[in-house]
Design a protein around this ligand. Structure first.
Ligand SMILES: [Zn+2]
Length: 257
């Protein structure tokens, strides 16, 4: 981010690793830490591309940058894909004259507490106008059958009525941008993940971008979530879709979805 001329703001928080409970379902072995377990300091990293016409209107991009704390997983899909997508978006947009402000948050979600909640609450306390929040988590993560069939998938999940038109805008953007991605929109019932933290803080126009829903990667939260299983073409097109969606959101005359 610094190499792309961004000033990176680092805010530190104490978190704990999850404990591992292998009696739970395979992909969900994380368990609540003991209060006496060690605390470690992690950092939210934030950077901003200031808008030139409506700088107070912010398009917020989010990805958690940590991998699993309870199991030795490299976290290639979850969430190196989202992290590199956001890094690439920052690189491509660096120096661009956009109307609105674009802001990035790289946070921690595989430790507890989730640090996206702090960033969201601090934004609300400052009165920041986050017009759209796009969480990017688990791009290209999909069931083996879909991967073997070579399908390029992207799913946009929303958990609020305000999130639905944002999800639909992103899906429609894929067609306009001529991408080969199959994009679907889904209603994501539980308000959770990093997008849920922004919704809970009072930012309902929030969605999550992922490779499938329900999340179908066979190596989800397991040691096999390695880079050799990532379809780079899917990741590339999902990143292009996000770039096109940012452009669409930036060009709208008024920010009513
Ligand atoms: Zn994740």
């Amino acid at each position: 981010m610094a190499a792309a001329a961004y000033e990176v703001r680092s805010t530190r928080y104490p978190v704990q690793a999850f404990r591992c409970d292998s009696s739970k379902p395979l992909h969900h072995w994380y368990a609540t830490p003991d209060p006496a377990d060690p605390w470690v300091e992690v950092a939210n990293l934030e950077a901003t591309l200031p808008g030139h016409e409506c700088p107070d209107e912010i398009i917020q991009l989010v990805s958690h940058k940590d991998s699993m704390s309870w199991i030795d997983s490299p976290g290639a899909h979850d969430n190196t894909t989202g992290t590199v997508a956001n890094l690439e978006l920052a690189r491509v947009l660096s120096g661009c004259r956009l109307r609105r402000t674009v802001r990035w948050l790289f946070c921690n979600e595989e430790h507890t507490p989730w640090t996206s909640l702090f960033a969201a609450q601090e934004a609300k306390a400052r009165g920041d106008r986050l017009m759209a929040v796009l969480n990017v988590d688990g791009l290209d993560g999909k069931p083996d059958a879909e991967a073997q069939a070579g399908r390029l998938l992207h799913v946009v999940g929303y958990s609020t009525e305000e999130g639905r038109p944002l999800a639909e805008l992103i899906a429609a953007t894929a067609k306009r941008a001529g991408l080969a991605l199959e994009v679907t929109v889904f209603r994501k019932e539980p308000v959770n993940d990093d997008d849920g933290m922004f919704i809970r803080a009072g930012y309902p126009t929030t969605v999550m971008n992922s490779g499938s829903f329900p999340y179908g990667d066979a190596e989800y939260h397991l040691p096999g979530d390695g880079p050799e299983r990532v379809n780079i073409e899917n990741l590339r097109q999902s990143t292009q879709l996000l770039l096109a969606a940012i452009w669409e959101l930036d060009q709208q005359a008024s920010f009513t979805l």
